[in-house]
Design a protein around this ligand. Structure first.
Ligand SMILES: C[S@@+](CC[C@H](N)C(=O)[O-])C[C@H]1O[C@@H](n2cnc3c(N)ncnc32)[C@H](O)[C@@H]1O
Length: 264
């Protein structure tokens, strides 16, 4: 199954598991905190959409125990399939969440992280995830907002490169302000008690834990930008050099964690 248009990366890419591990290391503590607050505990039934590397599937399987259930959906579930063999309470589905019906319903909680910003019809998918909950069940959606993304100190070349990248990903269908729009999207999908929190990290060249995520993404993006005439070879080389510069600080995109409940 192909990834949706707009999702440029693929779990089949070399180095992708490393990129996913970086995302998990940076963002799992917050996601686990929000999911726990939404009621993911012993006996809960949880849906994880776009499960990726599977660390949250593993955590949820251990948290809900044998009286609970974790359903993981991914268009390419190669990294989560082994978890179904390891945990009797995990089921894995190879599905496109845009075009296909979600497996089952009546979930106590559902989660999607760094997925919907890439996808077409993302607002419909939020509504679909909300409708898969039991009354009173909780939805956590986490996506980037690009407002904070840029060099920490004045650096015209770095700022220009990021603006170019942001414009390019928008042109292929990525919503760079989906994170900030999510509370409204969730309310329009009929969810209540909607609230949000944002996380910005500082990336320091050569040392930041999210480096594999950015490097893997840029390894794919920069050649596309050069081919489109939007960046020169030298500008792309400068982007890579900044990844190795321990004096270069960058602020990440804001990961907006947005939650709400299906009305009881
Ligand atoms: C950036 S990764 C994020 C993984 C995980 N949610 C995390 O934050 O650690 C996006 C994941 O969504 C999956 N994906 C992309 N398009 C999809 C679609 N249309 N339906 C289901 N999964 C999709 C990808 O295969 C990948 O595993």
């Amino acid at each position: 199954m192909q990834t949706s248009p707009g999702y440029m990366l693929s779990n089949a890419d070399q180095g992708e598991r490393r990129r996913l591990a970086a995302i998990e290391a940076a963002y799992d503590p917050g996601s686990r905190r929000h999911l726990t607050a939404l009621g993911v505990g012993h006996g809960a039934r949880v849906l994880i959409a776009g499960a990726g590397g599977g660390s949250l599937v593993r955590w949820a399987a251990e948290t809900v125990g044998l009286t609970g259930e974790v359903v993981a959906v991914d268009i390419d579930p190669r990294f989560v399939e082994p978890l179904a063999a390891q945990y009797p309470n995990v089921r894995v589905f190879r599905q496109d969440i845009v075009t296909e019906d979600l497996p089952g319903g009546g979930y106590d909680a559902a989660h999607a992280r760094l997925l919907l910003g890439h996808l077409p019809r993302r607002e419909e998918v939020v509504a679909k995830l909300g409708a898969a909950l039991r009354p009173g069940g909780g939805l956590l959606v986490e996506d980037f907002d690009f407002g904070s993304y840029g060099p920490a100190e004045a650096n015209e070349a770095a700022a220009k490169a990021i603006a170019t990248v942001a414009a390019f990903v928008r042109s292929i269908g990525f919503d760079t302000s989906f994170g900030r729009r999510l509370p409204g999207v969730m309310r329009r999908a009929g969810l209540v008690d909607v609230d949000a929190e944002g996380l910005v990290l500082t990336l320091r060249g050569a040392t930041f834990p999210l480096e594999p995520m950015y490097r893997q993404t840029f390894d794919k993006l920069l050649p596309a930008l050069i081919a489109a005439g939007q960046m020169t070879e030298q500008e792309a080389a400068d982007v890579h050099a900044r990844f190795d510069d321990p004096e270069h600080d960058m602020c990440t995109q804001t990961l907006m964690s947005v939650w709400g409940r299906r009305p009881a």
